[in-house]
Every structure is written in structure tokens, then in C-alpha cells.
Design a binder for this molecule. Structure first.
Ligand code: IMP
Length: 428
């Protein structure tokens, strides 16, 4: 039986939360392997809405949930999220949640830096302002504070000094006051016992789970076009969001991720700045935004909306090694007379069938569309492929053909049960 890795195949917000929640029924362990609380996952279970940012979506189902080493963890946020979900009746004990002891911490100074840079920059990225990028910079710069450091106050003090000597120059350049080493140490010591209660060598927990034949579900955050290498750089997040990261970001070998399920929205959205060839500012764009309720879970920012871009998703299928997709929000297209799908780009006088890496090419790419007839019938809440009208089926089949991957799941509403299973990802 394969493990399954769920990744966003566009710019995030494809509806991963619902699919992960649905699949976690069939899994024993759910693992986050990158990103941090910049992610926003909405789960609707029996009409109850759960909004998660850092906790793996499996917690709602009471599955062992692992925050892997590849995640950057704001420990204060983690405790707040645990508290909020407890108020909704989900009790998170150290039996349920495993926090990798080698995960990097997001500190208040990372948030300060993220927000100050966005405010000062003439080329904004449109980050979530949660400190994600600066925390990853410190990790790669080998000066980060990690979960395990909370257990060793004597070693932590010089680590903080070293970190602050780096941040001092950055803060002064941005007009921020110096951070106080003693205060940061005290703040960390205050939460250390609560955080350390969840800390474990996550790689070992996963190794044992693997040896016991348990099914592991990897939950990606953001999407392939926000990947720090493969995305629309520099308008990306600061982690690798592609499926390969599930191995490194959890401490499992390259075979760990198993079947790769790409989550694909039936149209395209993005939040934040950066190129978006198929963006629509007309009535159709408004339709997608309102009917699709396209507002960021985390930040409340409106999402930019546009037609389905098969070029991007085909690229995403390749770089993730996607075996099958879950197509979400097809019902948002209900009622549109004509549908367009982007099948190539015109860049100057060239026609290309992929998104080039250069920033200027990406910004200049103009979509080449093919048109399809829409449908007036409702597809919302359909529970079988046969319930879909002929044009909706044609649209789904054309998407499969253009991206080179089959539809394994079709989601027809935010409710868990409105999901059509075409092939079971756990069966490989
Ligand atoms: P950061 O991850 O906060 O550094 O933001 C970098 C870029 O990634 C910005 O364009 C954000 O809007 C985008 N981003 C980060 N997390 C998400 C997400 O969960 N969904 C969609 N976009 C995201």
C-alpha cells in the first residue's frame, strides 16, 4: 500500500485541506514537511468549519500528526492554534502531535523583518508577513534557533547572541530598534515546557510507522508555482513546495512520498504579487472570485482569479512527479457560457509551451486560449461522475489530456462527502 503526498499544483489555495482531511480517513499518520503558518487550510466537517495554518489537517480526525523538520514553526502561534482547536472540541495531546526536534523556529524578529521589508520595498512580494522567509534565511545561514535548543538554555544563550548580531545590522537598516537578547531568551523559556512536550525525533517516529506498515499521508502547503526553485521567482515562498520535499522535510527517504496527488483548481488563483498570465479583471474574474469565495483563509486578502492554465499545471505535473490530480471547485464554473483554457504563451514573437524561468519572460507571457462550451446545469454536490453534464465531463477530460495526468478525485463542494473517487491514491 502506497503512502500519499498531497501537493498544490498551482499557486496554493487549491483546496488541499479538504482533500487531505478526506484522505486522512484512510491514513494512520499525517505529516507537514515545509512552509509554516503562512498556509491556510479550511476543513468543513459536518458543517463545522476548522481553520488550520500550522497543524497537519489529520488532527481533526485524531490521526497521529507530525510537523516535520522542513517546517518553520512559530511556537507562540502553535500554542494559540492548539488552544483554538481545543475550543472546537479537538484535544491535541503529545500522543497525537509530534513536533520535529530539529525544526527551525520562527521568532518575533523574523516577523518584524518580513513586515518591515514588505513595507519598505519598492518590489513587494506580497508575503503573508508571518516571518517565513527570514526564518528560512536563518536556517540556511546556520544561525537558526531550533526546537531542541529550547531544552538546552546554556547553549541557547550564545546562539541568541549570534543571531542578534546578524539581525542588528538588518534591523538598523530598516529603522527597527535592536532586539533584546534577554527578553527573547525569557520569552522562549516561558513556552519551552509546553513546546518540548510535543518534541521528538520525527524521522524516528516515521521510520517506526513505516516499519509497522502504517499509511503515511504527506500534506503539502502552498503550491508548485510558489516553490523557491521552480516557482515564479522571486514572487514565491521560501521553501520547496514540490513533492520531493516530502522526503527531506520529514526525514524519510526518497521512496517515502509514494503516490503524488496534485490538487488542481478548475480555474486559477493567486494571492500576493507576481506574474499571472491568465488573470481576469472582467465580469468572469468577478464571477470566479465571488462564486468561488476567493479570499485568503489566513490573511483575508482577496485572491486574483483567472482561467485554467494548462501550461502551468503540465509543468507542475512534471516537477512534482504527479501521478493523479484532485480537481476542485468545478462547480464555480457553473453558469459560464464559454470557458477558456490556456494552452501556450506568446512572449514577444515567440510561442512557448512552458513557463520560462526569466522574470521578464514570465511577466510578458500572454495566454493562448482554446475555448470550450460551458454549462448551465449545477455540478455542485455531485457524488458520481455520471451526475455531471456532458460539457463538464468534456472539460474534465480535456484538462486531463492537456496536463498529462488523470483525475483521481473530483471535489464538488467544500463538504467532505461531496467528493467523487475515480481512483484510490492509496491503492497506487
Ligand atoms: P510568504 O510565504 O509569507 O513568504 O509569502 C510569499 C508568497 O507566497 C506570497 O505571494 C504569498 O501570498 C504566498 N503564499 C504563502 N502561503 C500561501 C498559501 O498558503 N496560499 C497561497 N499563497 C501563499
Amino acid at each position: 500500500m502506497a503512502n500519499v503526498t498531497v501537493v498544490g499544483a498551482q499557486w496554493g489555495d487549491e483546496g488541499k485541506g479538504k482533500i487531505v482531511d478526506w484522505l486522512s480517513n484512510r491514513a494512520d499518520v499525517v505529516v507537514r514537511f515545509q512552509g509554516g503558518h503562512n498556509a491556510g487550510h479550511t476543513l468543513v466537517v459536518d458543517g463545522k468549519v476548522y481553520k488550520l495554518a500550522l497543524l497537519p489537517s489529520g488532527v481533526v480526525q485524531g490521526k497521529t500528526s507530525v510537523i516535520g523538520n522542513g517546517v518553520v514553526v512559530d511556537p507562540w502561534h502553535l500554542l494559540t492554534e492548539i488552544g483554538k482547536i481545543a475550543d472546537q472540541g479537538v484535544n491535541i495531546t503529545p500522543d497525537l502531535l509530534v513536533l520535529a526536534d530539529n525544526a527551525t523556529l520562527i521568532l518575533p524578529l523574523h516577523r518584524d523583518l518580513d513586515q518591515a521589508r514588505e513595507a519598505a520595498s519598492s518590489q513587494k512580494i506580497g508575503t503573508t508577513g508571518r516571518g517565513i522567509g527570514p526564518a528560512y534565511e536563518d536556517k540556511v545561514g546556520r544561525r537558526a534557533i531550533r526546537v531542541a535548543d529550547l531544552a538546552d538554555p546554556e547553549a541557547l544563550k550564545p546562539k541568541i547572541e549570534r543571531l542578534l548580531s546578524h539581525h542588528g545590522a538588518l534591523r538598523r537598516g530598516l529603522g527597527l530598534p535592536d532586539a533584546d537578547a534577554g527578553q527573547l531568551f525569557d520569552q522562549l523559556m516561558e513556552i519551552a515546557p509546553q513546546i518540548l512536550a510535543y518534541a521528538q525525533p520525527a524521522w524516528r517516529v516515521l521510520d517506526q510507522a513505516k516499519k509497522a506498515g502504517r499509511r503515511i499521508l504527506f500534506e503539502g502547503a502552498q503550491g508548485a508555482l510558489l516553490d523557491v526553485d521552480h516557482g515564479t521567482y522571486p514572487f514565491v515562498t521560501s521553501s520547496n513546495t514540490v513533492a520531493g520535499q516530502a522526503a527531506a522535510g520529514s526525514g524519510m527517504g526518497p521512496k517515502g512520498p509514494g503516490y503524488v496527488l496534485g490538487i488542481v483548481k478548475a480555474y486559477t488563483t493567486r494571492v500576493g504579487e507576481g506574474p499571472f498570465a491568465c488573470e481576469l479583471s472582467d465580469e468572469v474574474g468577478k464571477h470566479l472570485a465571488t462564486v468561488g469565495r476567493e479570499v485568503g483563509v489566513n490573511t483575508g486578502r482577496p485572491r486574483r482569479c483567472g482561467w485554467f492554465d494548462a501550461v502551468l499545471v503540465r509543468q507542475s505535473v512534471a516537477i512534482n512527479g504527479i501521478d493523479g490530480i484532485a480537481l476542485t471547485k468545478l462547480d464555480v464554473l457553473d453558469g459560464l457560457e464559454t470557458l477558456k483554457i490556456c494552452v501556450g504563451y506568446k512572449i514577444g514573437d515567440k510561442v512557448v509551451d512552458y513557463l520560462p524561468a526569466g522574470m521578464r519572460d514570465q511577466a510578458a507571457a500572454e495566454p493562448i486560449y482554446e475555448e470550450m462550451e460551458g454549462w448551465s446545469e449545477s455540478t455542485a454536490g455531485a457524488r458520481s461522475f455520471k451526475d455531471l453534464n456532458a460539457n463538464a465531463i468534456k472539460y474534465v477530460r480535456r484538462v486531463e489530456e492537456l496536463i498529462g495526468a488523470p483525475v483521481a478525485l473530483l471535489s464538488t463542494s467544500p463538504e467532505r462527502d461531496d467528493t467523487i473517487l475515480m481512483r484510490d491514491p492509496f491503492e497506487g
